[in-house]
Ligand binder design. Structure first.
Ligand code: KIV
Length: 297
């Protein structure tokens, strides 16, 4: 096996080491979700560092009420599609609810499927201290792990809804314990979701791994957003932390309405949007048709 380096002109592949370097050099880390080939290609080509096939897929693409129903098979299907679109970014697969909650052996098996069958380079799991044993098992199986604490959507029922976490001293202490425990266990990164900016700043200072915020303020080492929120392609009221950089809803709605108008008014397709017969075939066809008409007279 040879030790290869990127071809000249290729942007360097993002790896666990380059994410760690960015943390150490205080260079902001970018992360977005993506769920299909077309979008992930664009996100990758834009130079985003990490692409997460989040289980938010359940809601924004598949139309489920929350993230809980999505299955391993559904997630894998999308991870494979994203793999085909991504060349440079680090590709992370989100482990769906109940794929890692039951027993560690099943959890490692499921995580390995994302790596082996899906082409992911890491997995993300929700939860803090209680996941330490599992993080060790995953690392033993050569599966890099991203943690996720704070507002963890798979715990929606336990949290009595999607609520900002870490607002009391007790809750802050618990969050700090969770972050430190994951960091010590060896995760390469932790998503901090829906927590006060001040708490995210404390966690970011305390841990050696990169913190990636979503609704956690600007002091995190990096930021992640759900791509459908970023381009306004959801039917839900955006959360406070979402910044919309485009309006895909308007784009699609206008394009579809114009198509409908043009088809119904016979304005589409035009002659230059149609295929034509070669002239000699057209001439022969005319002759045949003329002969048929003459015979039937
Ligand atoms: O599922 C998801 O998209 C996520 C991100 C919001 C971090 O977990």
């Amino acid at each position: 096996m040879s030790l290869t380096s990127p071809r000249s002109g290729d942007a360097a592949k993002v790896t666990l080491s380059s994410i760690q370097e960015k943390k150490q050099q205080h260079q902001p880390i970018t992360c977005l979700t993506a769920y299909d080939y077309a979008t992930s290609r664009l996100v990758d080509q834009a130079g985003i560092d990490m692409i997460l096939v989040g289980d938010s897929l359940a809601m924004v693409v598949l139309g489920y009420e929350n993230t809980l129903p999505i299955t391993m098979e559904e997630m894998l299907h999308h991870v494979r599609a994203v793999r085909r679109g991504v060349k440079r970014a680090l590709l992370i697969a989100d482990m769906p609810y109940a794929s890692y909650h039951l027993d560690e052996k099943t959890a490692v098996k499921n995580a390995a499927r994302f790596i082996k069958d899906g082409g992911a380079e890491a997995v993300k799991i929700e939860g803090g201290e209680k996941r330490v044993g599992l993080v060790h098992r995953l690392l033993d199986a050569e599966v890099p792990v991203m943690g996720h604490i704070g507002l963890t959507p798979q715990s929606v029922h336990m949290m009595s809804g999607y609520r900002v976490q870490g607002k009391t001293i007790t809750a802050i202490e618990r969050l700090m314990r969770d972050a430190v425990a994951l960091d010590r266990a060896g995760v390469f990164s932790i998503v901090l979701e829906g927590i006060p900016r001040e708490v995210a700043a404390m966690v970011t200072e305390e841990v050696g791994c990169a913190t990636i915020g979503i609704g956690a303020g600007p002091e995190c080492d990096g930021q992640v957003l759900v791509i459908h929120d970023l381009i306004n392609l959801t039917d839900r009221q955006p959360a406070k932390f979402v910044r919309q950089y485009g309006d895909a809803t308007a784009l699609i709605a206008n394009a579809v309405a114009q198509f409908k108008t043009d088809v119904e008014s016979k304005g589409f397709p035009a002659d230059n949007e149609s295929y034509h017969l070669p002239q000699e075939v057209q001439a022969t066809l005319e002759t045949i048709r003329e002969r048929k008409r003459a015979m039937s007279r």
